[in-house]
Write a protein that binds this ligand. Structure first.
Ligand code: MLT
Length: 388
């Protein structure tokens, strides 16, 4: 009775697996002060503007005349208008509010969007990759083409040598923390338009971009609206991992009617993101909200710089961490990802993510996040240095 495809999945989801190992270690070593630089979960509180919006929205819920029940299926106009204005028009990109679908975050949408495709489409994924894209397509029983991202190609995937129908790209990249320039992204858009393929573009870490020539949205590239669905999340942009809100852009100019079908899918299977979460998201587009979330991102990026510089000085090969909150670290002395994970946990009491959990090309790497507190980040660097 079981969908056989589920039996092809690895035993557990990567981060659930890691959490279990860490729990076991903590149970056996109750005095150990374990620092998590593993899962990309944020540590800094929500921006004051967001808290204020949440209080206000809560008060509205207490009064019959301002109470809200089910919301509009694509999300409230106030949020979709703010998104269009601040994330797109201000960058010269013409996206309309009815092309924006508010969601509970990019994980659900990047996982669910493939439901609109037929079972026999060929999917291309980078290796290493955020496991959601892979697992969701294994669940659907699809054939996957892997695009290796290695030190040799600077973690920039080459265009597939065979036809693929869909390619998932995530930039700034999770897990390697690397980015694509406009020119590199243009190659992908041209490929997709030439091959009649679709790009599913995960821009969850866009707010961490510091370099001028790195695009914040794939729609900065001409022709992208014909071939790309773009996913956004407030989880890392504004610390919404616990609030849950994001959005997906499904252009009406796509060669296939995905806007209509995604609306049909979402209105059937999803009842929307809470009014509170959407008001909270709207607040990050106010002048105070913008300044406050920028300050938090700068805090995390300082962690990234500290880790990058210190770990490089100790002799590690470190990638990423310049336009992304992730660092991709070569393991020392040819240790496997899991061996180094165990060493980090047992000797330094620091949790990282084994690179091989993101794909076979991630072997001999681990990922560190910049989302820790400053104190823990400094402590982690010090412990790694002194235990080596
Ligand atoms: C990660 O650590 O890769 C992310 O936090 C996972 C996610 O955003 O779902």
């Amino acid at each position: 009775m079981i969908n056989d495809n589920y039996l092809k999945l690895s035993e557990s989801y990567l981060f659930a697996d890691i959490a279990k190992r860490v729990q076991t270690f903590k149970a056996e070593n109750p005095k150990a002060d374990v620092i998590s630089l593993g899962i990309g979960d944020v540590t800094q509180p929500l921006a004051p503007a967001v808290i204020e919006a949440l209080h206000k929205a809560t008060d509205e819920m207490a009064i019959a005349s301002t109470f809200r029940g089910y919301g509009p299926e694509r999300g409230y106009d106030f949020l979709r208008e703010a998104i269009v204005e601040h994330d797109f028009r201000s960058r010269g990109i013409d996206i309309e509010a009815d092309e924006v679908f508010v969601s509970d975050g990019a994980k659900s949408d990047t996982g669910n969007f493939q439901e609109l495709l037929s079972q026999d489409v060929r999917i291309a994924l980078t290796d290493p990759v955020y496991p959601v894209y892979l697992d969701a397509n294994i669940m659907a029983g699809r054939e996957i083409v892997k695009l290796p991202c290695t030190q040799e190609n600077d973690f920039v995937p080459e265009l597939p040598s065979e036809h693929v129908d869909v390619v998932y790209l995530c930039y700034p990249n999770n897990p390697t923390g690397t980015t694509l320039t406009k020119e590199q992204l243009r190659n992908w858009v041209d490929y997709a338009n030439r091959e009649n393929a679709l790009i599913f573009y995960d821009a969850a870490y866009e707010a961490y971009i510091q370099s001028k020539d790195v695009p914040h949205s794939i729609y900065e590239i001409p022709g992208a609206k014909q071939c790309t669905v773009e996913f956004h999340s407030y989880s890392k942009t504004a610390g919404f991992t616990g609030i849950r809100c994001g959005y997906t852009v499904v252009p009406k100019a796509l060669r296939v009617p995905l806007n209509r079908l995604w609306n049909r899918r979402q209105s059937t299977k999803f009842n929307g993101t809470s009014y509170l979460a959407q008001r909270a998201a709207e607040a990050i587009y106010t002048p105070e909200g913008k300044t406050q979330i920028k300050a938090t991102i700068a805090y995390y990026m300082r962690n990234a710089r500290l880790m990058r510089e210190s770990l490089t000085n100790i002799g590690f090969k470190v990638y990423g961490g310049i336009d992304a909150p992730y660092l991709w670290l070569g393991t020392p002395n040819g240790m496997s990802s899991w061996e180094f994970f165990d060493w980090m946990l047992q000797s330094a009491h620091v949790v990282c993510t084994p690179g091989v959990g993101f794909g076979s090309q991630g072997e001999n790497f681990v990922r560190l996040t910049a989302f820790g507190t400053r104190e823990n980040t400094e402590k982690a660097i010090h412990r790694i240095n002194s235990k080596l």
